[in-house]
Design a protein around this ligand. Structure first.
Ligand code: UD1
Length: 341
């Protein structure tokens, strides 16, 4: 049986870590990425870590003709992991059509090609953003989804529906939606990691850039939330741990171990941490003092969320392994290496 996996967005942050884990587990990877938010040098780093350079094609999956041509030429793909998507919450509010077109059309193109070229399996990158601010914590996969706070969040919710509805009427298709909580950190080799273009929107890249002297200071958005220290609470999951769950999801599909043709899993640690706990954790882990100040809440932020990971633990046999200190250290080592510090 073919062990060739198409990884869309494979030079990106989570995609690159997943490519490493797939190759380390004996899978053959072909990456498709338009390089709109990542660099080709990521392939060199993946090769350094694993000893194998993944196959690569540069194009945008939302281009139907190119995507069709790709599947016509690659008739031995066993499964797809679909990461390629725009992901900046604020930008999605400014450019909703860009987000809807890119994130939804790419998924629909893939599904149409899966049916046409008989590629049964897809693992889809979803997000805990589909839960909004839940009434009850932690959230299980059964927690009702809420109206999205942003076009980005809405693309994740609609994508889940597109995947589920398409699978319902195409019994040859199988899919797993993985709802990530907040992925952070970098590969322990510091050869791959998160390298946002421009000013980082996410907490940990902003912290590491502040520590590296690229940003003057970190703003902590809000200290009047109903949480133990007043700052917002999230479930921060190590990216290498997260990547491993994708390999398990692929194996589950390829070995027909799935319980239904469409499945959903939460991927988090199961523990909520506040912004201030992450800031203090970083200072303790690295010995670097952060210049930070408390400012107003950020529009669109929820107060608190963390995952109930029981289903992923029991059904996938997957569990977050890395602790906060090693995860924050990995993020810092990556930042230092990327900046030549
Ligand atoms: C958001 C999205 C999530 C998406 C992720 C990746 C929502 C609800 N969540 O997560 O779906 O996958 O972005 O782009 O849409 N913070 C600061 N200072 C900063 C940056 C962040 O205090 O400079 C705080 C935030 O207010 C928040 C926490 O840190 O409380 C985490 O923020 P962030 O890393 O941006 O992730 P989310 O907003 O949780």
């Amino acid at each position: 049986m073919s062990k060739k996996i198409l990884v869309t967005g494979g030079t990106g942050y989570i995609g690159s870590h997943t490519t490493v884990e797939l190759q380390n587990s004996g899978y053959e990877v072909i990456i498709v990425d338009d390089l709109s938010n990542s660099g080709i040098e990521v392939l060199d780093s993946i090769e350094k870590i694993t000893g194998t350079r993944p196959a690569f094609e540069q194009f945008d999956i939302s281009e139907r003709v190119k995507t069709d041509d790709f599947f016509r030429r690659n008739n031995d793909i066993a499964a797809i992991i679909h990461f390629a998507a725009y992901k900046a919450v604020g930008e999605s509010v400014e450019k909703p059509l860009d987000y809807y077109r890119n994130n939804l059309v790419s998924l629909m193109n893939l599904l149409e090609c899966q049916i046409k070229y008989n590629v049964p399996n897809m693992v889809f990158s979803s997000s805990c953003t589909v839960y909004g601010q839940p009434e009850k914590l932690p959230v299980t996969e059964q927690t009702p989804r809420k109206d999205a706070e942003s076009p980005y969040g809405n693309t994740k919710r609609i994508s889940e529906d597109i995947l589920r509805d398409t699978i319902t009427v195409n019994p040859m298709l199988k899919g797993i939606a993985l709802r990530y909580f907040n992925p952070i950190g970098a590969h322990p080799t510091a050869l791959i990691g998160e390298l946002p273009l421009g000013v980082p929107q996410n907490l940990v890249p902003f912290i590491t850039q502040t520590a590296a002297g690229l940003r003057e200071g970190l703003k902590v958005f809000g200290n009047d939330y109903n949480t133990p220290d007043g700052s917002a609470v999230r479930d921060y999951i190590n990216v290498a741990d997260l990547a491993k769950a994708h390999v398990i999801a692929i194996e589950r599909l390829l070995k027909n171990k799935n319980k239904s043709n469409y499945e959903v899993f939460n991927l988090g640690t199961g523990t909520g941490l506040s912004v201030l706990e992450v800031v203090n954790g970083f200072e303790k882990a690295t010995g670097v003092k952060l210049n930070y100040k408390i400012v107003e809440r950020r529009a669109g932020d929820i107060e608190k969320i963390w995952a109930d990971t029981t289903y992923a633990n029991e059904e996938l046999g997957w569990k977050a392994e890395k602790n906060l200190v090693e995860t924050l250290l990995s993020a810092w080592n990556w930042e230092k290496r990327a900046r030549g510090i």
